[in-house]
Design a protein around this ligand. Sequence first.
Ligand code: F6R
Length: 608
Amino acid sequence: MCGIVGYVGKKEASPILVEGLSKLEYRGYDSAGIAVIDKDVIEISKCKGRLANLKDKLDTSPVKGKIGIGHTRWATHGEPSDINSHPHTSENGSISVVHNGIIENYLHLREWLSSKGYKFYSETDTEVIPNLICHFYNGDLLDAVMKAVSKMEGSYALGVVSCDEPDKIVAVRKDSPLVVGVGTDEFFIASDVPAILNRTRDVYYLNDKEFVVLNDAGVKIYSPEGDEIKKELVTVTWDADAAEKGGYEHFMIKEIHEQPKAIRDTMTSRIIPGQPITLDNIKMTKADIENIDRIYIVACGTAYHAGVVGKYVIEKLAKIPVEIDIASEFRYRDPIINEKTLMIALSQSGETADTLAALREAKTKGARVIAITNVVGSSIAREADDVIYTWAGLEIAVASTKAYTTQLILMYVVALYFAQHKNTLGVDEIEKIKNEMLSLPEKVSEVLKHKEVLQKFAANNYMHKDMFFLGRGLDYAVAMEGSLKTKEISYIHSEAYAGGELKHGTIALIEKGTAVIAIATQESLYGKMISNVKEVTTRGANVLGFALEGNTSIESTVDSAFYLPKTIDILSPVLSVIPLQLVAYYMAIQKGCDVDKPRNLAKSVTVE
Ligand code: F6R
């Protein structure tokens, strides 16, 4: 996490750096800082807390200069504080660095540098970097950065400036994202495209261990071996307005309302009535698909929850065994992988370090990897054998919403694609599911019109310390996502439980007034689920129940009911997650939480 930016050009750097950081705050917001060079002096301004604090500081004490680097931090090593904020500077004051990632051998490097007389002032891993560069500096900043990174283990995207070469920024990445922006007489580095989208749409995506030197005359890129290389300049087609709230109070609620469009866009050209499902430029042949004997879906957080739905539907429709794994666990449990294994790496950002590491592990062992991601050109997209994009558009709120629903759509598309090739479903059955899928955007819009019951439940329950989400089958998979949304933005402890499992222990926690959301959209499990809901209402729980339109019998069991448009069982997660996102949102608002930037979190988790 953390976001870095850099600017060199003919304008004042400071406002441009701050503007860029404002688009990267989703990556971390524990502190912020910039380093700007004026003539041959590096001026630093940095402080604990949100970017707003840095802005205030810069208003009273501006820093001047036309070249600089900036950082917004998600603390890993060392508490959020002024001293631990980036940029970090070498002890002699000549080199300043912003860093996203973790230097895993920093203690060793710190000891080594200390033995040579270097002093350290912060608790961060980053502070070794400027000192290491300083140690190797012999009149050539690029050469010193190359030598320094050869000693570093871990992950990094770095922006480096030196008062000895005040006209340039040197940058490099390994396992942390970094793009280079090319404008007219101005050049940029950034952790992510939105930071520079107001200034340029032309970017280079750097690969691991590629170095870049930027000055006001242009950009030079070097291979890990130090040879100058040419790369393709990519023009970003995103709409810059996507990074604005467009009249909504928060990005999260805006993104919740964008779901009908995101779902429609993600189905476009893949699901067309009467035509076979197409999967972009996926290079798998019918024989390749028949050869698969096991699929691992690997992901983290919300993407993992989409993967749980994926397991159900791929097994049900395509009859291929699927395991769903938390990415950070996958590679350490020695999973059985061979050339018949397919991994689906699911990641909104395409940069999640745990998912990337799992992908690499699977590839090393001979598996084929399909990435499902929302970010074109991201590391996971580039390293996978095939990529399928969720066309959700830019997702800024830390709590994922439209990325989840579009990931669900691609889980269905992949399941149907395999079913079509393996003949595990008839043409008519596939057409029926496709037609039902095409009606989902409409149905999501319908769900979004009815918020009163949800607002009332949120108003009556936001002060609770604990909550439970119950469901069976796919409703259980969605319950997990509802529970995560609640935890992360409204800070209410919550648990998702399979309806039938509660009585094996957890029901001991249910007492008078316990808040429960029960999801009962699976026609085949409706009766059983209602019995499970009765088990908690009998013990005094206050239950909001979700059911499909027409299943009004739920009203005799729950305190309040919310109805979802009718759909087929496998597709209901796309509808039932919407009220769960809304309830979490309304509870967070009632509690006065910072919805778009929940405490301790960052959107893009680029450390393991
Ligand atoms: C929760 C959330 C996280 C992410 C997780 C994986 O709302 O956003 O749980 O889903 O960090 O991120 P990606 O999908 O970018 O790999």
